[in-house]
Design a protein around this ligand. Structure first.
Ligand SMILES: Cc1cc2nc3c(=O)[nH]c(=O)nc-3n(C[C@H](O)[C@H](O)[C@H](O)COP(=O)(O)O)c2cc1C
Ligand code: SF4
Length: 491
């Protein structure tokens, strides 16, 4: 007889830790650390998330060195950061949650921070409009040591866990990618060689922090890029990491900040908000070519679950399911499917106290509409309250029946109409090959949102579903995601 699924809101072991529940706040880069050390706004933000009931919160992207920064305003883990780390750890602990730090090296993405990007092989970085350089063997050894030093600093800061970034097109995931890694030495070629750097980093971090800190890795299941790192290879890498025994859990993600950012998020591409976050000439580039930089994908609840199931089937170590978890029922489903934890990002930006609310409400679901407008806060900075730019708008319930509600209900559809007209103009101007699919996706997203907010009729649900299938069919035809999507279909 199989044992019942664990209660997601009851305490659970994560390596040496006991978390008060199984919900982890995923790293969502806060952009409030211009001095490269913990700031008051960062503390306020994580205190709020901790008070909202998560088991553990994750301080987003902390660079292991200045060269590893993906944006110019990140924490760089040096001895100078330890006092600030202690303060934020104390604040989070006082609210009953554990705290983790995500550590990473941005590789070619670092070129966007006006640093000469380093990667497994030289590539042209569209973020910096210049070429990156290939890491030497000395670089690889040095960066591995920097990961270990950074993890030691996190431990000295009183943190409970460290999360190694092995995804999203940052340095270690660039080594995993057969598209970006063209090396002919021991770090390129075969999958075992491409995985060598990830395994060495994981081992170095574990050796640095010892057995008292939990060590997690955020691993790409798929880069979402033709010719990139795919699920089948990623499962093998996860098997190697499991056999090495350096990690307490793997958090499963996908996409690439370098090559395909919206694959990470799904939902609408926030072209206007991203354009507004940058000075000229990048602003103008976003306005003109944003649809090409940020091709969007339809949002679905637990959009990574079909891929993650393949990892669950292949591994016995704890896994963290991430991506589009917006309902209590979904968290319970993840537990039933054998995932030990879930990680949530945008839903907790929208409502930092969502976990506490879900724990009380069996039908609990998020108010986040996956519009991705919060992506721009990476560059603009996340306010401590409210973190979601839409949170100050009235909720669907509040909108109904109030004068503000009537106004909002009349404004929002008009805004959507204007966006559709804008797309139409862009299509006429640039003839974007992908326009029809994305317009349908956007229509589907809107329909799903309306269904969520206003409970539309079954016929409209069916139409939205038909649109979704059409988008998938076109994806298959286009070739980009064919292998993964076939896998999904067979689940
Ligand atoms: C504003 C914002 C910033 C993010 N910053 C990071 C980051 O620093 N590191 C990272 O690994 N993922 C980052 N992410 C991605 C999230 O961790 C997560 O993978 C993604 O949002 C999907 O989860 P969700 O559907 O629960 O939001 C960010 C997401 C958002 C919305
Ligand atoms: S509703 Fe808020 S948290 Fe959700 S995606 Fe939009 S901006 Fe981000």
């Amino acid at each position: 007889m199989t044992s019942p699924a664990p209660d997601p809101f009851a305490p659970a072991k994560l390596g040496p830790l006991t978390l008060r529940n199984r919900v982890i706040k995923a790293a969502t880069f806060e952009g409030v650390t211009r001095e490269h050390v913990v700031s008051d706004r960062l503390i306020a933000f994580h205190r709020r998330v901790a008070a909202g009931g998560v088991g553990m919160t994750t301080v987003a992207y902390c660079a292991v060195s200045p060269e590893g920064c993906g944006t110019p305003n990140e924490i760089v883990l040096t001895r100078d950061t330890v006092p600030g780390l202690r303060t934020i750890a104390d604040a989070v602990h006082a609210e009953g949650a554990a705290i983790s730090a995500q550590i990473g090296h941005a590789g070619a993405v670092a070129a966007a921070a006006r640093i000469k990007g380093v990667g497994p092989s030289p590539i042209f970085s569209p973020l910096a409009m210049k070429r990156t350089r290939a890491a030497t063997l000395e670089d690889i050894g040095r960066i591995t040591r920097e990961f270990a030093d950074a993890a030691r600093i996190v431990a000295d800061g009183g943190f409970d866990a460290v999360e190694i970034h092995l995804g999203h097109g940052y340095l270690v995931s660039e080594f995993l990618s057969p598209k970006l890694n063209k090396r002919t030495d021991a770090y390129g070629g075969s999958l075992e060689n491409r995985a060598r750097f990830a395994r060495e980093v994981a081992r170095a971090v574990r050796d640095a922090v010892g057995p008292n800190l939990a060590v997690l890795a955020k691993l790409n299941m798929s880069d979402g890029v033709a010719g990139g790192f795919w699920v089948d290879e990623s499962v093998e890498v996860a098997r190697l990491l499991e056999a090495d025994g350096a990690l307490d859990a793997i958090e499963l993600t996908g996409g690439s900040s370098l090559e395909n950012p919206m694959y990470l998020f799904r939902g609408e591409a926030p072209i206007h908000e991203m354009a507004a976050a940058f000075p000229q000439p990048i602003k103008g580039m976003f306005k003109l070519f944003g649809n090409r930089f940020l091709p969007s994908y339809p949002f679905e609840e637990t959009y990574f679950l079909p891929y993650a199931r393949q990892f669950r089937a292949a591994l016995s170590m704890p896994l963290v399911l991430l991506g589009g978890i917006t309902r209590r029922a979904t968290i319970e489903q993840a537990m039933r499917e054998g995932f030990e934890f879930v990680a949530m990002g945008r839903t907790l930006l929208r409502e930092p106290d969502l976990v506490a609310r879900m724990a009380k409400d069996e039908a609990g679901e998020s108010l986040c509409v996956h519009c991705n407008k919060c992506m721009a806060t990476i560059y603009r900075g996340t306010p401590s309250a409210p973190p979601c730019p839409l949170a100050s708008l009235a909720t669907a319930e509040e909108r109904r029946g109030s004068p503000v509600g009537l106004l909002a209900a009349s404004i929002l559809p008009a805004r959507e109409g204007r966006e559709t007209e804008r797309d139409e103009r862009q299509r006429r101007r640039f003839g974007h090959h992908d326009f029809d699919a994305r317009a349908r996706e956007r229509g589907r997203d809107r329909a799903a949102r309306r269904v969520r907010q206003h409970g539309l009729r079954d016929r409209e649900r069916r139409e939205a579903e038909a649109e979704r299938r059409e988008v998938q069919r076109r994806e298959h035809e286009r070739g980009g995601l064919v292998r993964v999507e076939h896998g999904v279909g067979q689940q």
